[in-house]
Design a protein around this ligand. Structure first.
Ligand SMILES: *[C@@H]1O[C@H](CO)[C@@H](O)[C@H](O)[C@H]1NC(C)=O
Ligand SMILES: *[C@@H]1O[C@H](CO)[C@@H](O)[C@H](O)[C@H]1NC(C)=O
Ligand SMILES: *[C@@H]1O[C@H](CO)[C@@H](O)[C@H](O)[C@H]1NC(C)=O
Length: 384
C-alpha cells in the first residue's frame, strides 16, 4: 500500500506544518548544488555499498533492500506528498505534488520557476484543445509538457516529477465550474484524450507500448476518480457531495476515461475524488480502488487522494465515527492519502497498521523504472 498525504495550506495548523516542510526543503536545497537531487550520488562513498544503489540488480531486489533499511519512523513521513529526505541513506526529499493541466505549472510544490527557468509553455485550456478532436495534437502537447518537466528537473528546479494531470472527469453538468479543465462530456473523447496526453507526458510513443524498460519521462496522474463533477451548488459542496450513479451509468459514462487511462495509457498515478458515490467515499472504496482499478484494470501505479479527502471522510461526510477509522478505511480500500488535520491520528494508526501489515504484505509496487533520484524508488513500492 502506498500512501501520500496531499496537504492544503488553508489553516493555521497546515501553514505551520507546511512551513516546517519548506524550511527543511530550503536547508536541503541550500546544502546541495543546483543539480537534480539524485540519490545514490556517486560522489557520496556511503551509498556505493547499498544494494539499492546497484544498477545491475533487478528493481525488485533494490526496492526490497531499500525498504528493509527504512525504520518505521522513516517510512511514515514518506506517505505524504512532501516526503522528507533520509540523509543517512542519501535519499533526498521528494515532492509528489506537481500540476500540469495545460502546461507544467508551479501551482503544486514540486516545480520551482525561480531559477534560470522562469516560465513554461502554457497551452490552451483542455476543453478548447479537446475541441480539435485531434489525438495527435493532444499527444504532442503531452510530449511537450513531459519534456519541459524533464528539462526543469535537469536544471535542478524540480523536487518531483509526479504531475497530477490530466483531469478526465466527464463534464456532464455545466454548473460544475471546472469543465474547462476537462476534455468535455463525451466518455470516448475523454478516454482518448487521457491516452494521448498520458502517453505524451510519460514519454511513450503515440501508439503506446514504447516505454523503454518502463522508464518514464515524467509521471502522469488521472483524476478525479470517480463521478466527480460538482464543486459548490445549491448548498452542496464537493466534500459532502454524494453522487447517485447507477451501475450502468458508471460503466457507460464515468469509468471509461479512467479505464483507458489505466489500461491503455498505463498512467503511473490516479487520484481519488472527494465525493461519495452511492454513499461510499471514493477514497475509502475498496471495490473502486482495489477490485476495479488494481485487479480488473491491472493498475500498477500509486494512488493519491485529493487534498484533505481523507479527513473529510470523518469531518464532513460522517462516514466514520473516528478519524482513526477514516484512515483505516482508506488503507483497507487499497491506497490512500490524507490531510494534515488527520496527521496525529494518521501517524498513530499508521504505526499500528504498519506493524501489523508489513509482515504479511509484500506488496511491492513497481510503478516505473525511472533512472532518477533514488527517492523516486518511492514510486516503486507500496509501503505496508
Ligand atoms: C526558489 O524557491 C525555493 C522555494 O521557495 C527556494 O528554496 C529556493 O532557494 C529558490 N531559489 C532561488 C534561486 O531563488
Ligand atoms: C552489484 O551487484 C552485482 C550483482 O549481484 C555484483 O556482482 C556487484 O558486485 C555489485 N556491485 C557493487 C558495487 O556492490
Ligand atoms: C455530518 O454531521 C454534522 C454534525 O452533525 C452535520 O451538520 C452534517 O450535515 C453531517 N454531514 C453529512 C454529509 O451528513
Amino acid at each position: 500500500m502506498f500512501l501520500i498525504l496531499k496537504t492544503r495550506p488553508n489553516g493555521r495548523v497546515n501553514y505551520y506544518i507546511q512551513l516546517i516542510l519548506c524550511l527543511n526543503l530550503t536547508i536541503l536545497i541550500l546544502t546541495e548544488s543546483a543539480q537534480p537531487p539524485f540519490a545514490c550520488d556517486s560522489s557520496n562513498p556511503a551509498t556505493k555499498s547499498y544494494p539499492f544503489c546497484n544498477l545491475t540488480l533487478p528493481i525488485s531486489t533494490r526496492v526490497n533492500d531499500l525498504v528493509s533499511r527504512l525504520t518505521l519512523d522513516e517510512k511514515i513521513p514518506q506517505l505524504v506528498n512532501a516526503a522528507p529526505a533520509i540523509p543517512r541513506l542519501g535519499i533526498p526529499a521528494y515532492e509528489w505534488w506537481s500540476e500540469a493541466l495545460h502546461g507544467v505549472s508551479n501551482s503544486g510544490f514540486g516545480i520551482l520557476l525561480n531559477g534560470t527557468i522562469k516560465s513554461t509553455t502554457s497551452f490552451p485550456q483542455v476543453i478548447l484543445t479537446a475541441a480539435s478532436f485531434n489525438a495527435r495534437l493532444w499527444y504532442r502537447i503531452g510530449q511537450a509538457i513531459g519534456l519541459e518537466a524533464r528539462a526543469i528537473y535537469n536544471q535542478g528546479q524540480a523536487n518531483g516529477m509526479t504531475f497530477w494531470a490530466p483531469n478526465i472527469n466527464v463534464f456532464r453538468d455545466p454548473r460544475w465550474g471546472r469543465g474547462q479543465e476537462t476534455p468535455g462530456e463525451d466518455p470516448l473523447v475523454g478516454g482518448i484524450y487521457a491516452i494521448s496526453y498520458v502517453r505524451g507526458v510519460q514519454g511513450d510513443i503515440f501508439e503506446g507500448g514504447g516505454l523503454k524498460d518502463g522508464h518514464l519521462q515524467a509521471s502522469a496522474c488521472c483524476k478525479h476518480f470517480t463521478a466527480y463533477d460538482l464543486d459548490h451548488w445549491n448548498g452542496v459542496g464537493r466534500f459532502s457531495f454524494d453522487a447517485k450513479v447507477t451501475k450502468q451509468d458508471l460503466a457507460d459514462t464515468y469509468q471509461p476515461p479512467f479505464q483507458r487511462c489505466i489500461q491503455n495509457a498505463q498512467a503511473s498515478g490516479i487520484m481519488c475524488a472527494y465525493n461519495r458515490v452511492n454513499g461510499v467515499p471514493n477514497c475509502a472504496d475498496k471495490n473502486l480502488l482495489t477490485n476495479i482499478a488494481r485487479k480488473q484494470w491491472s493498475f500498477q501505479g500509486y494512488i493519491a487522494s485529493d487534498c484533505d479527502a481523507v479527513s473529510i471522510i470523518y469531518e464532513v461526510q460522517n462516514y466514520t465515527k473516528t478519524p482513526e477509522d477514516a484512515v483505516s478505511e482508506v488503507l483497507k480500500a487499497g491506497y490512500v492519502i490524507s490531510t494534515h488535520l488527520l496527521m496525529k491520528w494518521f501517524i498513530q494508526v499508521m504505526l499500528f497498521l504498519c506493524q501489523v501489515v508489513l509482515g504479511k504484505l509484500k506488496n511491492i509496487m513497481i510503478l516505473a523504472h525511472m533512472d532518477l533520484p533514488l527517492s523516486y524508488l518511492m514510486l516503486f513500492f507500496l509501503l505496508c
